[in-house]
Design a protein around this ligand. Structure first.
Ligand code: 5GP
Ligand code: MN
Length: 320
């Protein structure tokens, strides 16, 4: 653990910043927040940020078009900072860098992260990696642009200060960022709430076809590849569906499956109470948080659901 990031920047001339596969708001916000902070305060340092292609809704984040979606095999940096990445296999485009960097720092908030870098700064109590990162930076060196990125990360991982991961410290951090003049209404509207017509259609369809299991304490929604093809959309357009499933009255756990390739499903889980979904995801090689976790599973949807509900039921009935 360190007090401030500056402690590891001594003698460092080049830094690579990287996030996780299929980057979400917190991943984009924390990576871009750090990128802008380093570019602005350490102009002589070579700073690069690696992110898989980000959703258009994040286009307002300054310099996001500079994010690199590919990494050269022989790229070498003094320091690699990975943000919001809970396990090695989830490092996105810059996975190859970890082996030959001189030093590496992991900044994260996933309870399932066992520490994947030389230095690990992991706070599972924090709402978001963006909140963890804020405390490693010096407030007076944070620009409005950097604040916009970090604010984005916090609102995405807290569902705009709703989820239980939100703490008084989250609010204090958001307040500090708000003091930088971030256009919070626009950020929340455009990056979090607004959906395209097609996104609303696929969400509506998934909700209509959802099924209730375990005495209506578990809801399951599924999107097959043929539906993605039909609507001409990508996996990143499915954001928010699992949260809407979870909003169903009486439901403890929402499970959302979407087909990555034939018989391979990405599983997204959310729980409102009683169930620790990170433990269930971990059984199937995934991870995440108590209230939001995921994994990838093989088989027919029926088999995947059966495997998951076995563990969900154990927690609901207190067997485990
Ligand atoms: P989502 O359902 O939004 O994709 O992910 C919810 C949370 O679970 C995120 O914090 C994410 O990092 C974590 N998560 C999702 N899928 C996986 C996975 O396959 N492996 C691990 N380790 N974590 C995951
Ligand atoms: Mn996060």
């Amino acid at each position: 653990m360190m007090n401030k990031l500056a402690e590891v920047l001594d003698q460092v001339q080049s830094v690579a910043i990287a996030g996780h596969v299929n980057p979400d708001g917190d991943c984009v916000g924390s990576c871009m927040g750090l990128y802008l902070y380093l570019k602005e305060n350490y102009p002589d340092m070579q700073t690069d940020v690696y992110l898989e292609k980000t959703r258009d809704v994040f286009a307002y984040i300054k310099d996001i078009q500079e994010a690199r979606t590919e990494c050269e095999a022989d790229a070498v940096y003094d320091l690699l900072v990975i943000l919001d990445v809970s396990s090695t296999e989830r490092i996105g485009v810059a996975a190859g860098l970890l082996e030959h960097v001189k030093n590496s720092v992991c900044i994260d908030h996933h309870v399932t992260n066992g520490g994947i870098c030389e230095m690990n700064h992991i706070f599972p109590e924090a709402s978001s990696s963006s909140e963890v990162l804020y405390h490693l930076l010096e407030d007076d060196k944070i620009s409005k642009d950097c604040a916009e990125a970090l604010y984005t990360g916090i609102i995405h991982d807290t569902g705009v200060f709703e989820y239980s991961c939100t703490s008084p410290d989250t609010m204090r951090t958001a307040a500090k960022l708000m003091e930088k003049g971030v256009p919070f209404t626009e950020i929340i509207e455009s990056s979090f709430k607004e959906k395209t017509y097609i996104q609303n259609q696929i969400m509506g369809r998934t909700l209509t076809e959802s099924i209730m299991l375990l005495d209506s304490r578990c809801i399951v929604g599924i999107v097959r590849q043929k539906e993605l093809d039909f609507y001409g959309i990508e996996v990143k357009d499915l954001d928010g569906i699992v949260n809407q499933l979870r909003n169903t009255k009486g439901v403890d756990v929402a499970v959302f499956l979407y087909e990555l390739s034939p018989q391979t499903f990405k599983v997204s889980m959310r729980s409102s109470k009683n169930v620790d979904v990170s433990r269930i995801a971990a059984v199937f090689g995934g991870g995440g948080h108590v209230r939001a976790a995921g994994c990838t599973m093989q088989g027919q949807p029926f088999d995947v659901i059966n495997s998951l509900t076995l563990y969900i039921e154990k927690q609901l009935t207190g067997v485990e």
